[in-house]
Design a protein around this ligand. Sequence first.
Ligand SMILES: [Ca+2]
Ligand SMILES: [Ca+2]
Ligand SMILES: [Ca+2]
Length: 452
Amino acid sequence: MTARPAVSAALTGLLILATALPARAQTGGPTLSDAVAKVQGGDFQGAVELLETLTAHQPENVGAWSLLGYAHLQLHELDASITAYETAAALPNPTPGVYINGALALARKGDLDRAFDWLEKAKATGRVDVTAIDADSAAAILRADSRYRSLFPSEAELADPFVEPVRVIREWDGEARGDQFGWIARNIGDVDGDGLADVVTSAPTHANGGPNAGRVYVYSSGTGALLWTADGRPGDQLGLGVEAAGDVDADGIPDVIAGAPGAGRAFVYSGRDGRVILTLEARQPGEWFGREVGDLGDVDGDGHADVIVGGPRDDAGGENAGRAYVFSGRTGEPILTLTGEGVGDQFGSSAGGAVSADGRVTLVVGAPNAGPLHRGAVYVYHDLSGEPAFVIRSDTTDAQLGAMFVSAVATWTGTEPPTSTPRTGPEAALRDWRVRAGSTSTRGRRASDCTR
Ligand SMILES: [Ca+2]
Ligand SMILES: [Ca+2]
Ligand SMILES: [Ca+2]
């Protein structure tokens, strides 16, 4: 399974906020989520007013200071923006977005020395693609400076970016600067009938359909040809979540699922021609439904592959506790709704699963702010009861476990195929799948294989 790329600057106003809301709700006053909603609605002045109150009450809320810097930046209030970003940067664990957006404010102010210093800090985190600032209007100021070039990989690094010897069979390019083409890429199985597995990828900030509309692309790996595309509407960010769906309409050809969290929708497309098979809708406005989508296999045995969709900002279990929904591929109706344990958990930020050869189900859902230390947890379910079989909790060196990807990857021994002989007992059941989950840690990104 391919790990998702680091969050890039073009999405810092949207996605970093979506993935880093560690603040707990306080009774009474405004919350960070309220301010995020103002920003996403374009009401930057309203966001500033909320955030001034919030930061007065929570002076160590790094997310609130960061968002305040962003809102001031949008209002071209550079001094106030820089002050807010400086405050955020002085707190523990500032996100890379603090340095990147702070650098853009400093560049607009003409303080290029500090702007480049902050961009180097962002680059040094290893958690962000600093070069994505190239799409920002302030980059023109930075581009004229010789230091700008050092932020980018060298020609030699671009010519062969792989650690091990790799032969590139197909290579596809995005259509426009800032599209974030290749955000996710997945093997979807053979959709054009040539016997070779084909590829879906996405560009969630592609703008042909309007700002941040997003586009999904399916390519033939045999010929390299573009087979079909699907477009979002303005603000949809279609393709922020995208995954092979399995054969949802049971026509013998694998299908594709893509989320449009800005619209609160997810779509299942026919792998054959890109026709929409199912439109799945958020149960609650603003839950960021479709931020994550996943394939499961046929969990209810009706011959149609089923799917899972995350809504990490759902409030049913508390503000931003999050939810994940298993949908029937046959009817598009929810088979199962899973709810995060506590306020801010963002359960449903990642989700996936599998069905074993003998029909037993594994569901895996990530909640990157769950747990007493808010370092994240991954919930593993072995049936459709809604009760987790076990929970993998982050240790103290880890952060945001389950933020970016989870999957049920293989039999736990790695040598034995999923059993065809039904076994009984929870231990036997749990040992049939290994679970993989991504997180960040003090030493960079981490992928964990877990079994029990
Ligand atoms: Ca093919
Ligand atoms: Ca199909
Ligand atoms: Ca089914």
